[in-house]
Ligand binder design. Structure first.
Ligand SMILES: *Cc1c(COP(=O)(O)O)cnc(C)c1O
Length: 445
């Protein structure tokens, strides 16, 4: 079997971005791929690993995106590659619902062990985050025999019909795709930078809305990202999440933590719920779970997970054996290489550097996030008014300089940084220097 050669860990620009070969592929793409599928950068990838992405023109870019918080263990992580190679050579698919295999069971055992709470748990595996969220709602409805689903402002839960209804932002996720699923109710999220409220105050406000507009007795599930991802890495004020968990428990509501973006060491803990010690009834995971292979899960209290009739959950590919092998390799890497510690270290490097940019330029209203999930909210100086144009300009300038960054936020004014947890220090430092230079150049600071 082939072992991948480690890529040189360097930023290296040998052509403009995009180079000629990428530009050629871009033309083929335009002729072949639906225009409805977007792309952040116009480059095409040849290889990736550690902290870099190498394009087909030979440029090596520093990766502060991790394929949207997926490659937490790095691209082509050795244990993932090995496990996948071994599995594809043995069998690629049988369908777990037809003839089962050990890898699926092993992933569920790992999830039951690693997710918050030491109660008895069960898991079920799916292909995508949206599918996991849909199944969490199905399970909560079957268990409670209720229908209403409560979600939050700035929430993102996917692009399928039910999860579009659960997602807050219209463009680009929902525009012209309605009608949306009913029995989904949106209430305010704690957003300390804008609402200035304490966690308990913001929770009381959200709970009052649930009581008055939905009726607690009708609610099957409260579904929330413990840190809003696409919404702009919004960390709710302390006490907000625990108050919602208490409200859910007191009212027989299933509390679902959508940890699809925050999970698997990303925030400097195994799961973001761990930071406030909250224990969700169900947790949805995907993205970081399997080192880049498509896999997702719902994990939760045994009595809730087992309340669904046999055959009610599943899907042709859910828990595919190759994806399961990858997850086992990825989880082993997270445990053996202390990627929780790596994410904490990345936070300790990024936050002061970003705060220094904020102080110099006056256009960063807030530096926030946890672990290797850090963002800056970009505003008109001295206000909390979003500056989406500057955000887009900074992102584009970084791309041109060989640093992959992503934007987020309901108002498009959040620059989010999601390095792989295997990012070497010297590259992280260089990427932050590039970021600072672009901020200084664009603001004239
Ligand atoms: C990405 C994401 C989803 C959807 O996952 P897909 O795999 O793209 O379907 C759902 N919830 C959160 C919090 C996400 O970040």
């Amino acid at each position: 079997m082939t072992t991948p050669t480690p890529l040189p860990q360097e930023r290296r620009l040998v052509t403009a971005i995009p180079g000629p070969r990428s530009a050629e592929l871009q033309a083929r793409r335009t002729a072949a791929v639906s225009a409805g599928v977007g792309a952040t950068l116009p480059i095409y990838v040849e290889a990736a690993g550690g902290g870099v992405i190498v394009d087909i023109d030979g440029n090596s870019l520093i990766d502060l995106g991790s394929g949207i918080a997926v490659t937490n263990v790095g691209n082509s992580a050795p244990r993932v590659v090995e496990a996948v190679q071994d599995q594809v050579a043995r069998f690629t698919h049988t369908c777990f619902m037809v003839t089962s295999y050990e890898g699926y069971v092993e992933v569920c055992e790992a999830l039951n062990r690693l997710t918050p709470g030491d109660h008895e748990k069960r898991s079920a595996l799916f292909n995508s985050g949206a599918e996991a969220v849909e199944n969490a709602v199905k399970i909560a409805r079957a268990h409670t025999k209720r229908q209403a689903v409560v979600v939050f402002e700035h929430g993102y839960h996917g692009r399928t019909n039910l999860t579009m209804a659960m997602t807050a932002k219209n463009m680009p996720y929902k525009q012209s795709f309605g009608p949306f699923a009913n029995e989904v109710y949106r209430v305010p999220l704690s957003y300390p930078f804008h609402d200035g409220q304490s966690g308990p105050e913001a929770a009381a406000h959200a709970i009052s809305r649930i009581d008055k507009e939905v009726g607690a007795a009708n609610v099957a599930a409260i579904v929330i990202e413990p840190i809003a991802g696409e919404g702009g890495f919004i960390v709710p004020a302390e006490g907000f999440l625990p108050a919602l968990v208490d409200f859910a428990r007191d009212n027989g509501i299933v509390f679902v933590a959508d940890e699809i973006q925050t999970g698997f060491c990303r925030t400097g803990a195994w799961f973001a719920c761990d930071h406030e010690g909250i224990v969700p009834d169900l947790i949805t995971t995907a993205k970081g779970i399997a080192g880049g292979l498509p896999l997702a899960a719902v994990t939760g209290r045994a009595e809730i997970m087992d309340s669904v009739h046999a055959g009610g959950l599943g899907g042709t590919y859910g828990g595919n054996p190759v994806a399961c092998a990858a997850a086992i390799g990825a989880i082993a890497t997270m445990e053996e290489s202390d990627l929780v510690g790596a994410a904490q270290h990345i936070e300790s490097v990024m936050k002061p550097r970003l705060q220094a940019i904020a102080d110099k330029t006056g256009v960063i209203g807030e530096v926030r996030g946890r672990g290797a999930m850090i963002a800056v909210e970009i505003v008109k100086p001295g206000t909390d008014e979003p500056d989406a144009a500057l955000t887009a300009a900074v992102a584009k300038a970084c791309h041109t300089q060989g640093v992959v960054v992503l934007t987020a936020g309901t108002y498009g004014n959040v620059l989010r940084l999601l390095p792989p947890l295997t990012m070497p220090d010297h590259l992280l430092d260089e990427a932050l220097t590039v970021l600072e230079e672009q901020f200084l150049a664009l603001t004239g600071a």
